[in-house]
Design a protein around this ligand. Structure first.
Ligand SMILES: O=C(O)CCC(=O)C(=O)O
Ligand SMILES: [Fe+2]
Length: 334
């Protein structure tokens, strides 16, 4: 059931430019939103409209490329799960996600293949027919990484920890990932799973949605809340590793996207701010009043949350892209 009235909280980052009191209110709002919802709208983030418009223009140009150009960078060629996924290539909870997308991640030399998650390091596949794509997406990655780091430091302070409590996990080889996604319109009689219900496996997700395009739904108290884009805002949510870091005081929240109606489409760019593959997320010692509200890390036998980011990520990748897993990682799947 969808709850028509509840909405996600709005958190204003420009409070950080104010005095001590304003900064304190920002942290309070950040902590409350991530504790109660795991999701919020972030305004006042300082990334201007022209930059965001350029990102969506580039996304449109990418999806308008010929099939041959898109298949030239198909993920099936990439053991590191980079590149283009056509409709029907991706699964959540065993069902097809009706979206096409290109995955771009941080690029590092591979350090080996033991533990297996080290296989995720490697090169992106960049579309040669659209050279601007690389520049625009790399710029976006850089901006979102800076924003992500600021939010992690504020979140640390809001949890009673030192501002740099999480820095170490991100200092070397942060394993950031972004997707440029297009959800095609679907008839109401068809299956409307744009992306199925899931939690994000990492730390923090900064999602930009094309203006006016609904479809995102967030689970809250057992109901689905609609989370349409808010003007100038990112939708921000925390992933499973923040649940691990806070003993469940912060919860990774289940969310999904419903396909847009036939005759329309929806573009989005989720950016996943993730630590190094081999980093173990630090566990924060919470102040007593917060610790009393920490309900422990979710235990789901089908989805075990590890503190080592690479393990969570590899698990998520193998499950979402079974064709890539079969072709390149047959030894890791049952
Ligand atoms: O496209 C969206 O709005 C959300 C996508 C999402 O949740 C994901 O890719 O993890
Ligand atoms: Fe997600």
């Amino acid at each position: 059931m969808t709850h028509a009235h509840a909405t996600l909280p709005i958190v204003d980052m420009s409070l950080l430019n104010g005095g001590e009191g304003a900064q304190e209110s920002f942290r309070e709002a950040l902590r409350t939103a991530t504790h109660e919802y795991g999701f919020f709208y972030l305004v006042g983030h300082g990334i201007d409209r022209a930059t965001r418009d350029r990102l969506f223009d580039t996304a449109r140009d990418f999806f308008a490329l010929s099939e041959a150009d898109k298949f030239g960078v198909e993920m099936l060629q990439s053991p590191q799960f980079r590149g283009y996924t056509r409709f029907g290539g991706e699964y959540t909870q065993g069902a097809i996600d009706w979206r096409e997308q290109i995955d771009v991640a941080a690029e590092y030399e591979q350090l080996g293949d033991d533990p297996a998650y080290l296989r995720l390091d490697g090169p992106n596949l960049w579309p040669s027919a659209l050279p601007a794509f690389r520049d625009v997406v790399t710029d976006w990655q850089r901006r979102c990484s800076a924003l992500g780091l600021t939010l992690m430091r504020e979140l640390a302070v809001s949890l009673g920890a030192a501002a740099d409590a999480f820095d170490k996990a991100f200092a070397e080889r942060p394993s950031t990932l972004l997707k440029v996604v297009r959800y095609p319109g679907r008839d109401s009689s068809q299956d409307r799973q744009g992306v199925g219900a899931h939690k994000d496996p990492g730390v923090l997700t900064l999602l930009l949605v094309e203006p006016d395009k609904g479809g995102l739904q967030v689970e809250h108290n057992g109901e689905w809340i609609d989370a349409p884009p808010v003007d100038d805002a990112f939708v921000v949510n925390i992933g499973e590793l923040m649940e691990y870091a806070t003993d469940g005081y912060l919860k990774a929240t289940t969310h999904r996207v419903e396909s847009p109606p036939l005759g329309s489409e929806r573009l989005s760019v989720p950016f996943f701010f993730n630590p190094a593959l081999s980093s173990v997320m630090p566990q924060i010692t919470l102040p007593e009043e917060l610790a009393a509200q920490a309900s422990g890390v979710t235990t789901d036998p089908d989805n075990v949350i590890s503190g080592t980011f690479g393990e969570n990520m590899l698990k998520a990748r193998l499950r979402a892209h079974p064709d890539v897993a079969r072709r390149h990682h047959a030894d890791l799947i049952g």
